[in-house]
Write a protein that binds this ligand. Structure first.
Ligand code: AOF
Ligand code: ZN
Length: 372
Protein backbone atom coordinates (compact mmCIF):
# COMPACT_ATOMS: atom_id res chain seq x y z
CA UNK A 1 0.00 0.00 0.00
CA UNK A 2 2.79 2.41 0.90
CA UNK A 3 4.24 2.44 -2.56
CA UNK A 4 1.18 2.75 -4.78
CA UNK A 5 1.30 5.82 -7.04
CA UNK A 6 -1.71 7.37 -5.28
CA UNK A 7 -0.12 6.86 -1.83
CA UNK A 8 3.11 8.44 -3.09
CA UNK A 9 1.27 11.47 -4.40
CA UNK A 10 -0.70 11.86 -1.16
CA UNK A 11 2.61 11.67 0.72
CA UNK A 12 4.15 14.25 -1.64
CA UNK A 13 1.18 16.58 -1.14
CA UNK A 14 1.52 16.67 2.66
CA UNK A 15 5.34 16.72 2.50
CA UNK A 16 5.08 19.78 0.27
CA UNK A 17 3.11 21.48 3.06
CA UNK A 18 5.75 20.40 5.60
CA UNK A 19 8.41 21.97 3.35
CA UNK A 20 6.48 25.25 3.28
CA UNK A 21 6.33 25.20 7.07
CA UNK A 22 10.07 24.46 7.28
CA UNK A 23 10.61 27.59 5.20
CA UNK A 24 9.15 29.75 7.99
CA UNK A 25 12.34 29.09 9.94
CA UNK A 26 14.55 29.93 6.95
CA UNK A 27 16.50 32.72 8.62
CA UNK A 28 16.27 31.67 12.26
CA UNK A 29 17.05 27.98 12.85
CA UNK A 30 20.83 28.03 12.39
CA UNK A 31 22.93 26.24 13.51
CA UNK A 32 20.01 23.82 13.48
CA UNK A 33 18.37 22.56 10.28
CA UNK A 34 15.10 23.87 8.86
CA UNK A 35 12.36 21.35 9.58
CA UNK A 36 8.59 21.27 9.05
CA UNK A 37 5.97 18.78 10.29
CA UNK A 38 2.33 18.10 9.42
CA UNK A 39 0.02 15.74 11.34
CA UNK A 40 -2.66 14.11 9.22
CA UNK A 41 -5.69 11.99 10.05
CA UNK A 42 -8.27 10.80 7.50
CA UNK A 43 -6.42 12.86 4.88
CA UNK A 44 -7.00 16.12 6.78
CA UNK A 45 -4.36 18.23 8.51
CA UNK A 46 -4.89 18.22 12.27
CA UNK A 47 -1.66 19.88 13.42
CA UNK A 48 1.25 21.84 11.95
CA UNK A 49 4.64 22.92 13.25
CA UNK A 50 8.13 24.02 12.31
CA UNK A 51 11.42 24.54 14.02
CA UNK A 52 11.95 28.21 14.74
CA UNK A 53 15.26 28.47 16.58
CA UNK A 54 17.85 26.36 18.36
CA UNK A 55 16.83 25.59 21.93
CA UNK A 56 13.14 25.84 21.08
CA UNK A 57 10.89 22.85 20.22
CA UNK A 58 11.61 20.83 17.11
CA UNK A 59 9.04 20.73 14.33
CA UNK A 60 7.40 17.50 15.59
CA UNK A 61 6.84 18.82 19.13
CA UNK A 62 5.59 22.13 17.71
CA UNK A 63 3.05 20.23 15.56
CA UNK A 64 1.94 18.10 18.54
CA UNK A 65 1.50 21.29 20.61
CA UNK A 66 -0.58 22.80 17.80
CA UNK A 67 -2.75 19.68 17.75
CA UNK A 68 -3.23 19.90 21.51
CA UNK A 69 -4.29 23.56 21.22
CA UNK A 70 -6.87 22.48 18.65
CA UNK A 71 -8.08 19.83 21.11
CA UNK A 72 -7.32 16.87 18.81
CA UNK A 73 -5.68 13.48 19.38
CA UNK A 74 -2.64 12.13 17.52
CA UNK A 75 -3.64 8.51 18.06
CA UNK A 76 -3.44 6.67 14.74
CA UNK A 77 -2.34 9.81 12.85
CA UNK A 78 0.43 10.13 10.28
CA UNK A 79 3.28 12.58 10.88
CA UNK A 80 5.01 14.07 7.80
CA UNK A 81 8.46 15.40 8.70
CA UNK A 82 10.94 16.90 6.24
CA UNK A 83 13.87 15.55 8.31
CA UNK A 84 14.25 12.25 10.13
CA UNK A 85 13.00 12.74 13.72
CA UNK A 86 15.84 13.03 16.20
CA UNK A 87 16.67 10.20 18.59
CA UNK A 88 19.12 12.08 20.83
CA UNK A 89 18.90 14.57 23.65
CA UNK A 90 20.46 17.85 22.55
CA UNK A 91 19.15 21.23 23.65
CA UNK A 92 15.73 19.49 23.57
CA UNK A 93 14.56 15.89 24.25
CA UNK A 94 14.23 13.31 21.41
CA UNK A 95 11.33 13.80 19.00
CA UNK A 96 10.95 10.04 18.51
CA UNK A 97 9.84 9.78 22.15
CA UNK A 98 7.20 12.47 21.63
CA UNK A 99 5.86 10.70 18.52
CA UNK A 100 5.78 7.31 20.26
CA UNK A 101 4.07 8.73 23.36
CA UNK A 102 1.47 10.48 21.20
CA UNK A 103 0.56 7.10 19.61
CA UNK A 104 1.35 8.17 16.06
CA UNK A 105 0.73 5.24 13.67
CA UNK A 106 2.96 6.26 10.77
CA UNK A 107 5.83 8.63 10.14
CA UNK A 108 6.67 9.80 6.62
CA UNK A 109 10.21 11.15 6.42
CA UNK A 110 11.67 13.45 3.76
CA UNK A 111 15.37 12.85 4.26
CA UNK A 112 17.76 11.23 6.72
CA UNK A 113 19.39 13.45 9.38
CA UNK A 114 23.17 13.35 8.69
CA UNK A 115 23.91 14.44 12.28
CA UNK A 116 26.04 11.50 13.53
CA UNK A 117 23.96 11.53 16.72
CA UNK A 118 20.86 10.63 14.65
CA UNK A 119 21.85 9.27 11.18
CA UNK A 120 19.23 6.55 10.79
CA UNK A 121 18.73 5.86 14.49
CA UNK A 122 15.57 7.99 14.57
CA UNK A 123 13.92 5.82 11.92
CA UNK A 124 15.23 2.64 13.59
CA UNK A 125 13.75 3.62 16.96
CA UNK A 126 10.36 4.45 15.46
CA UNK A 127 10.28 1.08 13.67
CA UNK A 128 11.33 -0.73 16.85
CA UNK A 129 8.34 0.88 18.58
CA UNK A 130 6.03 -0.60 15.91
CA UNK A 131 5.48 2.62 13.96
CA UNK A 132 5.20 2.32 10.19
CA UNK A 133 7.93 4.47 8.62
CA UNK A 134 8.06 5.62 5.00
CA UNK A 135 11.28 7.34 3.89
CA UNK A 136 12.52 9.39 0.96
CA UNK A 137 9.42 11.44 0.10
CA UNK A 138 10.51 14.62 -1.80
CA UNK A 139 13.95 13.67 -0.50
CA UNK A 140 15.94 15.95 -2.79
CA UNK A 141 14.02 19.08 -1.85
CA UNK A 142 14.00 18.19 1.83
CA UNK A 143 17.80 17.83 1.68
CA UNK A 144 18.30 20.97 -0.42
CA UNK A 145 16.78 23.31 2.19
CA UNK A 146 19.55 22.22 4.57
CA UNK A 147 22.46 22.04 2.12
CA UNK A 148 24.77 23.93 4.51
CA UNK A 149 23.79 21.94 7.62
CA UNK A 150 24.18 18.66 5.71
CA UNK A 151 27.60 19.66 4.42
CA UNK A 152 28.80 20.61 7.91
CA UNK A 153 27.51 17.35 9.40
CA UNK A 154 29.16 15.23 6.69
CA UNK A 155 32.41 17.10 6.07
CA UNK A 156 32.90 19.23 9.18
CA UNK A 157 32.99 22.44 7.19
CA UNK A 158 30.30 24.90 6.04
CA UNK A 159 28.88 25.15 2.56
CA UNK A 160 30.88 27.88 0.82
CA UNK A 161 29.05 30.16 -1.58
CA UNK A 162 31.00 32.80 -3.45
CA UNK A 163 29.13 35.92 -4.50
CA UNK A 164 30.57 37.81 -7.45
CA UNK A 165 29.29 40.74 -9.50
CA UNK A 166 30.36 41.44 -13.04
CA UNK A 167 29.55 43.29 -16.21
CA UNK A 168 28.36 41.46 -19.31
CA UNK A 169 31.99 41.39 -20.45
CA UNK A 170 33.07 39.65 -17.26
CA UNK A 171 34.73 42.61 -15.49
CA UNK A 172 34.33 43.35 -11.79
CA UNK A 173 35.69 46.90 -11.63
CA UNK A 174 36.33 49.94 -13.73
CA UNK A 175 39.91 50.82 -14.68
CA UNK A 176 40.09 53.22 -11.69
CA UNK A 177 39.33 50.31 -9.36
CA UNK A 178 35.79 51.42 -8.50
CA UNK A 179 33.86 48.21 -7.90
CA UNK A 180 31.10 48.51 -5.31
CA UNK A 181 27.68 47.60 -6.66
CA UNK A 182 28.02 47.39 -10.40
CA UNK A 183 24.59 45.82 -10.19
CA UNK A 184 21.31 47.51 -9.21
CA UNK A 185 19.24 47.86 -6.02
CA UNK A 186 17.24 44.64 -6.52
CA UNK A 187 20.47 42.63 -6.73
CA UNK A 188 21.76 44.45 -3.65
CA UNK A 189 18.66 43.40 -1.68
CA UNK A 190 19.05 39.85 -2.96
CA UNK A 191 22.63 39.78 -1.61
CA UNK A 192 21.38 41.10 1.73
CA UNK A 193 18.95 38.17 1.92
CA UNK A 194 21.86 35.79 1.15
CA UNK A 195 23.76 37.42 4.03
CA UNK A 196 20.76 36.95 6.32
CA UNK A 197 20.51 33.23 5.53
CA UNK A 198 24.25 32.65 6.05
CA UNK A 199 25.88 32.06 9.41
CA UNK A 200 28.96 34.01 8.27
CA UNK A 201 30.01 36.49 5.59
CA UNK A 202 33.68 36.42 4.60
CA UNK A 203 36.01 38.92 2.94
CA UNK A 204 39.76 39.31 2.53
CA UNK A 205 41.90 42.22 3.63
CA UNK A 206 41.89 43.67 0.09
CA UNK A 207 38.11 44.11 0.02
CA UNK A 208 38.11 45.55 3.53
CA UNK A 209 40.69 48.17 2.57
CA UNK A 210 39.07 48.98 -0.79
CA UNK A 211 35.42 49.16 0.31
CA UNK A 212 35.37 49.42 4.15
CA UNK A 213 32.13 47.37 4.05
CA UNK A 214 29.82 46.73 6.99
CA UNK A 215 28.66 43.25 5.76
CA UNK A 216 25.39 43.77 7.62
CA UNK A 217 21.86 43.00 6.48
CA UNK A 218 20.15 46.28 5.70
CA UNK A 219 16.59 45.43 4.68
CA UNK A 220 13.29 46.71 6.03
CA UNK A 221 12.29 44.89 9.25
CA UNK A 222 14.22 42.67 11.66
CA UNK A 223 16.81 40.32 10.17
CA UNK A 224 19.43 38.07 11.74
CA UNK A 225 22.98 39.33 11.20
CA UNK A 226 25.77 36.96 10.14
CA UNK A 227 29.14 36.59 11.82
CA UNK A 228 31.64 38.80 9.96
CA UNK A 229 34.87 37.04 8.96
CA UNK A 230 37.98 38.76 7.64
CA UNK A 231 41.06 36.92 6.35
CA UNK A 232 44.18 38.97 7.01
CA UNK A 233 47.45 36.96 6.94
CA UNK A 234 49.67 39.75 8.29
CA UNK A 235 47.10 41.56 10.43
CA UNK A 236 47.27 44.75 8.42
CA UNK A 237 43.67 45.94 8.73
CA UNK A 238 43.01 49.11 10.67
CA UNK A 239 41.31 49.08 14.09
CA UNK A 240 39.12 51.88 12.70
CA UNK A 241 37.57 49.59 10.03
CA UNK A 242 33.82 50.24 10.01
CA UNK A 243 32.74 46.64 10.61
CA UNK A 244 34.67 46.39 13.88
CA UNK A 245 32.45 49.06 15.41
CA UNK A 246 29.14 47.38 14.53
CA UNK A 247 27.01 45.24 16.86
CA UNK A 248 27.71 41.51 16.57
CA UNK A 249 30.98 39.62 16.17
CA UNK A 250 33.87 40.07 13.75
CA UNK A 251 36.35 37.22 13.55
CA UNK A 252 39.76 37.91 12.01
CA UNK A 253 41.82 34.92 10.85
CA UNK A 254 45.53 35.57 10.71
CA UNK A 255 48.92 33.89 10.68
CA UNK A 256 50.49 36.85 12.47
CA UNK A 257 51.47 36.64 16.12
CA UNK A 258 52.18 40.39 16.43
CA UNK A 259 50.98 41.15 19.99
CA UNK A 260 50.62 44.89 19.45
CA UNK A 261 48.42 44.51 16.40
CA UNK A 262 46.41 41.71 18.01
CA UNK A 263 45.70 43.84 21.09
CA UNK A 264 44.78 46.91 19.03
CA UNK A 265 42.26 44.93 16.98
CA UNK A 266 40.87 43.17 20.06
CA UNK A 267 40.40 46.56 21.70
CA UNK A 268 38.46 47.64 18.60
CA UNK A 269 36.11 44.66 19.05
CA UNK A 270 37.66 41.95 16.85
CA UNK A 271 38.16 38.33 17.83
CA UNK A 272 41.44 37.01 16.56
CA UNK A 273 41.91 33.40 15.46
CA UNK A 274 45.36 32.06 14.55
CA UNK A 275 45.69 29.75 11.59
CA UNK A 276 48.61 28.38 9.57
CA UNK A 277 49.57 29.30 6.02
CA UNK A 278 49.47 27.29 2.85
CA UNK A 279 51.03 28.52 -0.38
CA UNK A 280 50.69 32.28 -0.74
CA UNK A 281 48.05 32.79 1.95
CA UNK A 282 46.19 31.37 4.93
CA UNK A 283 45.31 27.70 5.07
CA UNK A 284 41.78 28.09 3.73
CA UNK A 285 40.73 24.51 4.49
CA UNK A 286 41.76 25.08 8.13
CA UNK A 287 39.76 28.33 8.22
CA UNK A 288 36.65 26.52 6.97
CA UNK A 289 37.15 23.67 9.46
CA UNK A 290 37.34 26.22 12.30
CA UNK A 291 34.11 27.84 11.09
CA UNK A 292 32.55 24.36 11.05
CA UNK A 293 33.57 23.94 14.69
CA UNK A 294 31.77 27.19 15.41
CA UNK A 295 28.62 25.59 13.93
CA UNK A 296 28.54 27.79 10.83
CA UNK A 297 26.43 26.02 8.19
CA UNK A 298 26.81 28.53 5.37
CA UNK A 299 29.54 31.00 4.49
CA UNK A 300 28.88 33.72 1.95
CA UNK A 301 32.18 34.91 0.49
CA UNK A 302 32.01 38.49 -0.78
CA UNK A 303 35.68 38.73 -1.59
CA UNK A 304 37.57 40.12 -4.53
CA UNK A 305 39.17 38.05 -7.30
CA UNK A 306 42.23 37.00 -5.24
CA UNK A 307 40.47 35.25 -2.36
CA UNK A 308 37.70 33.96 -4.62
CA UNK A 309 40.36 32.48 -6.94
CA UNK A 310 42.30 30.97 -4.02
CA UNK A 311 39.14 29.29 -2.70
CA UNK A 312 38.40 27.92 -6.17
CA UNK A 313 41.92 26.54 -6.46
CA UNK A 314 41.67 24.95 -3.02
CA UNK A 315 38.49 23.16 -4.13
CA UNK A 316 36.53 24.92 -1.41
CA UNK A 317 33.79 26.58 -3.48
CA UNK A 318 30.47 24.77 -3.39
CA UNK A 319 28.43 27.36 -5.27
CA UNK A 320 28.95 30.58 -7.21
CA UNK A 321 26.29 33.29 -7.10
CA UNK A 322 27.26 35.52 -10.00
CA UNK A 323 25.33 38.76 -10.52
CA UNK A 324 25.67 40.01 -14.07
CA UNK A 325 24.87 43.62 -14.89
CA UNK A 326 23.88 44.66 -18.42
CA UNK A 327 26.91 46.93 -18.80
CA UNK A 328 30.27 46.72 -20.54
CA UNK A 329 33.34 47.86 -18.60
CA UNK A 330 35.86 47.18 -21.32
CA UNK A 331 39.61 46.68 -21.19
CA UNK A 332 41.41 47.66 -18.02
CA UNK A 333 38.71 46.35 -15.72
CA UNK A 334 39.58 43.46 -13.38
CA UNK A 335 38.38 40.01 -14.30
CA UNK A 336 36.07 37.89 -12.18
CA UNK A 337 38.42 35.40 -10.53
CA UNK A 338 42.18 35.36 -10.25
CA UNK A 339 43.15 31.93 -11.54
CA UNK A 340 46.14 30.69 -13.49
CA UNK A 341 45.32 30.72 -17.20
CA UNK A 342 44.83 27.37 -18.87
CA UNK A 343 46.98 26.39 -21.84
CA UNK A 344 44.28 24.53 -23.70
CA UNK A 345 40.49 24.48 -23.56
CA UNK A 346 40.71 20.87 -22.39
CA UNK A 347 42.11 22.23 -19.10
CA UNK A 348 39.29 24.76 -18.55
CA UNK A 349 37.47 24.59 -15.21
CA UNK A 350 34.00 23.26 -15.86
CA UNK A 351 30.94 24.55 -14.02
CA UNK A 352 27.38 23.31 -13.93
CA UNK A 353 24.82 26.12 -14.14
CA UNK A 354 21.82 25.36 -11.92
CA UNK A 355 19.81 28.52 -12.61
CA UNK A 356 19.89 31.86 -14.38
CA UNK A 357 17.27 34.20 -12.98
CA UNK A 358 16.44 37.87 -13.57
CA UNK A 359 17.02 40.10 -10.53
CA UNK A 360 15.75 43.57 -11.43
CA UNK A 361 17.70 44.67 -14.51
CA UNK A 362 20.51 42.20 -13.66
CA UNK A 363 20.82 38.42 -13.86
CA UNK A 364 21.81 35.94 -11.20
CA UNK A 365 23.74 32.88 -12.31
CA UNK A 366 23.86 30.04 -9.82
CA UNK A 367 26.63 27.61 -10.73
CA UNK A 368 28.80 24.98 -9.08
CA UNK A 369 32.08 23.31 -9.94
CA UNK A 370 31.64 20.15 -11.96
CA UNK A 371 33.12 17.39 -9.83
CA UNK A 372 34.54 14.54 -11.86
C1 AOF B 1 14.14 17.07 14.31
N1 AOF B 1 13.26 18.08 14.18
O1 AOF B 1 12.76 20.23 14.05
C2 AOF B 1 15.02 19.63 14.23
C3 AOF B 1 15.94 18.54 14.33
O2 AOF B 1 19.99 20.80 20.20
P1 AOF B 1 18.69 20.35 19.68
O3 AOF B 1 17.89 19.57 20.68
O4 AOF B 1 17.86 21.46 19.05
O5 AOF B 1 18.99 19.31 18.51
C4 AOF B 1 19.55 19.74 17.30
C5 AOF B 1 19.72 18.58 16.37
O6 AOF B 1 18.47 17.92 16.18
C6 AOF B 1 20.17 19.02 14.98
O7 AOF B 1 21.57 19.00 14.86
C7 AOF B 1 19.51 17.99 14.08
O8 AOF B 1 20.24 16.80 14.06
C8 AOF B 1 18.21 17.75 14.80
N2 AOF B 1 17.24 18.76 14.40
N3 AOF B 1 15.45 17.31 14.34
O9 AOF B 1 13.72 15.91 14.37
C9 AOF B 1 13.63 19.35 14.16
N4 AOF B 1 15.42 20.91 14.24
ZN1 ZN C 1 13.88 16.51 17.17
Amino acid sequence: MNDTPIRRSVHAYFMQRALELAGRGWYTTRPNPRVGCVLVKDEAIIGEGWHERAGEPHAERAALADLERRGGSARGATAYVTLEPCSHTGRTPPCVDALIEADIARVVVGTQDPNPRVDGQGVARLRAAGIDVVTGVLAERCAQINAGFNQRMRQGRPRVRVKLAMSLDGRTAAANGESQWITGDTARDDVHRLRAESGAVMIGRGTLVADDPSLSVRLAGEWPQPLRVVLDSHLEISPSAKLLGLPGDTLVFTASGDRTRIQALQAAGARIEQVGTRGAGLDLAAVMALLGEREINDVLVEAGPTLAGALAQAGLVDEYMIYMAPTLLGDGGRSLLKLPGVQTLADARQLVVDAIEPVGADWRIRARPKRS
